[in-house]
Design a binder for this molecule. Structure first.
Ligand SMILES: Cc1cc2nc3c(=O)[nH]c(=O)nc-3n(C[C@H](O)[C@H](O)[C@H](O)COP(=O)(O)OP(=O)(O)OC[C@H]3O[C@@H](n4cnc5c(N)ncnc54)[C@H](O)[C@@H]3O)c2cc1C
Length: 469
């Protein structure tokens, strides 16, 4: 379908997908230009440096069943790829539960009566399963029983997605926690998760010494050394289609001037609705309205430094309690000690799942910091007097929302994009796929290989069940 580039390839977005794509193209001598709106590369996989303290956009575990992705991580990072033990817990109504669940700890925290209720509720869900299991609530209740679902899954899930579990498509659970059931969770709670069989419970992961941004920065350097050009702080404004092909994209460059980039192949990891909106001549009305119906959740991380050498042992804590707005707290020195330059201090990322323009998104940075400090105090993690500084990161379009209509919309958009021969969508927001970075990397590699004559359906790539399983 795609010919080897003469004028070359233009890659939109320099997150893991765009970086992997440009790296692969540059290794195969395809002249490549990458357009990225931010100052730095990495997208959602960026790492921020604040006075020497390093923060992710949510701690990024590197965990993949794809041999190819593992090989790239190892090749690019070498000795800087750390093997970490996972330690995480759930905060719920004043108690910290180890997660993945530990049988004794859970029984102790829930108490005998509540544990018995959970057990009978589970039996009930086996005898009388929910009628509708296409939504998240039905899917999980069938596997865990209503009571456990309501304690351990519902509050956090509703924080992340901002809609009720009954409105959330079961696709999300079947994609992300597909192998998990109460029987397996109990087995894992008693005997451990043998060799990370259940990925969501895996007790080990890889992590770059200086955070995921280290991997992204190195990929950029490698592809630059092979000739890829990066246009940083440049916004993709318009995608010009002539007949069945894109002939150019118009960008607003770092100096604020409009510029046209021509190419033979175009690969986009910018959010799918934005791509569709910016195509000229305009996409048909049905396609535009399908694109406008796709929704994203956004994300805020309040990154704080404390004058305390140790606050807790976990890498992260999920905050299930509905009376706390924060959804998760990261402790970066427990990911890699190199994330914190001063052993007497500890850095935390307090994470909020929001929608652009909602009441939390609209708070000023000072108000966000005050909220995070107040909530950390209420959970009894640390008092505000210990804070030594911090900053706020806001990320729009962080989570594609799998509501009941998203698949229909995606179907319409895919059919339209397939009419444009030399345009491919890849990556997370690019394919509207709730993925991890391994999936983004794989779609980037496969998009590059499509240009070189291979045939990969980027919409169907699944690193958990892929060809290199
Ligand atoms: C809170 C959180 C935690 C996560 N945790 C993990 C984890 O533990 N492990 C893991 O593997 N993955 C994790 N992920 C997922 C991971 O971050 C993504 O899978 C990955 O970053 C997706 O890569 P991408 O290149 O597809 O998209 P992105 O990273 O979103 O990159 C897209 C790029 O396009 C640029 N762009 C957008 N619009 C334009 C425009 N108009 N013009 C120019 N440039 C544009 C953006 O600036 C961005 O750099 C997490 C994500 C989040 C939000």
């Amino acid at each position: 379908m795609f010919k080897r580039a003469g004028a070359g390839a233009v890659v939109l977005g320099a997150g893991p997908a765009g970086l992997a794509c440009s790296y692969e193209l540059s290794r195969r001598d395809v002249p490549t230009t990458v357009v990225e709106r931010s100052k730095g590369v990495g997208g959602l996989c960026r790492t921020f440096n604040y006075n020497g303290f390093l923060f992710d956009i949510g701690g990024h575990r590197f965990l993949s069943r794809s041999r190819e992705v593992n090989a790239i991580w190892e090749d690019v990072l070498g000795e800087d790829l750390l093997r970490c033990s996972r330690k995480s817990s759930i905060y719920y109504q004043g108690h910290f539960y180890r997660y993945p669940l530990n049988a004794f700890d859970t029984l102790k925290n829930l108490g005998l009566i509540e544990s018995a209720r959970c057990f009978f509720s589970y039996l009930n869900s086996q005898v009388m399963p929910p009628v509708d299991q296409t939504n998240f609530e039905g899917w999980m209740t069938r596997r865990f029983g209503r009571r456990l679902f309501e304690i351990f899954f519902k509050p956090y899930t509703e924080k992340v997605w901002g809609i009720s579990c009954a409105e959330l498509s079961g696709d999300w659970a079947s994609q992300r926690i597909q192998q998990l059931s109460l029987r397996k969770a109990i087995k894992s709670a008693i005997f451990g998760n043998g060799n990370g069989k259940i990925k969501s419970l895996s007790d080990e992961f890889l992590y770059p010494k200086l955070g995921p941004g280290q991997f992204c920065d190195r990929l950029k350097t490698k592809s630059e050394s092979l000739g890829t050009q990066y246009r940083m702080q440049a916004e993709v404004d318009q995608i010009n289609v002539a007949g069945k092909r894109v002939d150019s994209v118009e960008i607003r460059n770092a100096a604020g001037r409009s510029e046209k980039l021509c190419g033979d192949s175009f690969i986009s990891s910018i959010p799918l609705p934005v791509l569709i909106e910016r195509i000229r001549p305009r996409a048909p009305l049905g396609v535009l309205s399908a694109a406008r119906s796709l929704k994203f959740r956004s994300f805020i991380s309040v990154n704080l430094i404390f004058n305390e050498p140790r606050l807790f042992d976990e890498n992260w804590i999920y905050i299930q309690s509905p009376d706390i707005t924060a959804g998760r707290v990261q402790n970066y020195k427990n990911w890699s000690s190199a994330m914190v330059p001063d052993a007497e201090k500890t850095s935390l990322g307090v994470e909020y799942f929001v929608s652009e323009g909602d009441s939390v998104w609209s708070l000023s940075d000072e108000q966000m910091m005050a909220l995070a400090l107040e909530e950390l105090e209420r959970i009894r993690i640390v008092g505000r007097a210990k804070v030594a500084g911090g900053f706020v990161v806001r990320v729009a379009n962080a989570y594609p929302v799998y509501d009941s209509g998203y698949q229909r919309s995606l179907h319409i958009i895919r059919a339209y994009l397939e009419t444009i021969e030399n345009l491919q969508a890849m990556g997370r927001a690019g394919l509207f796929r709730y993925n991890n970075s391994d999936h983004a990397v794989l779609t980037g590699l496969c998009a590059a290989r499509n240009i070189l004559g291979e045939k990969h359906d980027l919409w169907a790539i699944d690193p958990d069940q892929g060809r290199d399983e």
